[in-house]
Design a binder for this molecule. Structure first.
Ligand code: NYM
Ligand code: MG
Length: 218
C-alpha cells in the first residue's frame, strides 16, 4: 500500500467511554479492569483521567484538592473545565485513529461537585458546552455512607458525607439515555462484568456513529 492509500484508509473510530461516581465508589479499579477486558478482546484502548494533575491547570487543581491552596469556587470550576479543554485535540486525534478511551471522570463530575458547593447547575454546565459527547457514561452508584467506610476516605476536599449526598443527586439529574447506572455496592467482579458488557456494546456502536463535539449543546 502506498502512503497515499494508507492515509485514505478510513479507520473505524474509537469510543469515548466515561466512568463517573462519587469519591471511593471503586471507579479507578473499574477503569483498570475495563481496560484489561478491552485489551483481552483485541480492542485498542487507553486510559484518560480528569483532572489531569500533570498539566499547569492540573497542578493548581491538585493543590486545591489537597487543601494546600484555596481558590474561589467559580474560578476552580473554570480550571477543571480548562483542564478538559486543553486535552480535547489529543483526545479527538486518538479516537479518530481508532483508539477507545476509558475516561475516569469528565464534565459530569465538574457540574456535580461544583453545584454541590452551591453554584448554579446551569451556570456550571456552560464552560463544558461543546466538549466531545461520550458514547457511554458508566455511573458507579454507591451510598455515600458506604463510601465513607472505605480506606483513605476524607483525605481530599469534598470527601464528606453531606457533600457526597448532594454530588450524588446532582449526578442523577445529569443522566440521560447514554448513561448506565450500576449498583457499586456489589463485588468488584460483578460490577466489572456489567461495565465491560456495556462498554463492548458501545465500542461496537461507535464504529458507525459520528464523533460529536456537542455536549450540552441541545
Ligand atoms: N472533581 C473532578 C471536580 O470537582 N470537578 C471536576 O471537573 C473533576 C473532573 O476532583 N473529588 C473532583 C472530584 C474528586 C476530585 O478526582 C478528584 P478523583 O477521581 O477522586 O481523583
Ligand atoms: Mg477521589
Amino acid at each position: 500500500m502506498t502512503t497515499t492509500e494508507a492515509s485514505q484508509t478510513q479507520q473505524p473510530r474509537g469510543a469515548l467511554l466515561v466512568v463517573e461516581g462519587g469519591d471511593r465508589c471503586g471507579k479507578t479499579s473499574q477503569c483498570t479492569r475495563l481496560l484489561d477486558a478491552l485489551h483481552a478482546r483485541g480492542i485498542d484502548a487507553r486510559a484518560v483521567k480528569f483532572p489531569d494533575r500533570t498539566s499547569e491547570t492540573g497542578k493548581l487543581i491538585d493543590l486545591y484538592l489537597k487543601g494546600a491552596k484555596d481558590v474561589d469556587d467559580h474560578a476552580v470550576h473554570l480550571l477543571f473545565s480548562a483542564n478538559r479543554w486543553e486535552s480535547m485535540k489529543h483526545i479527538r486525534a486518538l479516537l479518530e485513529q481508532g483508539t477507545t478511551l476509558v475516561v475516569d471522570r469528565y464534565a459530569f463530575s465538574g457540574v456535580a461537585y461544583s453545584a454541590a458547593k452551591g453554584l448554579d447547575l446551569e451556570w456550571c454546565k456552560q464552560p463544558d458546552r461543546g466538549l466531545l459527547r461520550p458514547d457511554l457514561v458508566l455511573f458507579l452508584d454507591l451510598d455515600p455512607i458506604a463510601a465513607a467506610r472505605r480506606a483513605g476516605y476524607g483525605e481530599e476536599r469534598y470527601e464528606r458525607v453531606d457533600m457526597q449526598q448532594r454530588v450524588r443527586s446532582n449526578f442523577m439529574s445529569l443522566a440521560d439515555g447514554s448513561w448506565k447506572i450500576l449498583d457499586a455496592s456489589r463485588t468488584v467482579d460483578e460490577i466489572a462484568a456489567d461495565v465491560s458488557a456495556a462498554a463492548i456494546a458501545a465500542v461496537e456502536a461507535a464504529r458507525s456513529t459520528p464523533l460529536c463535539s456537542d455536549l450540552w449543546c441541545s
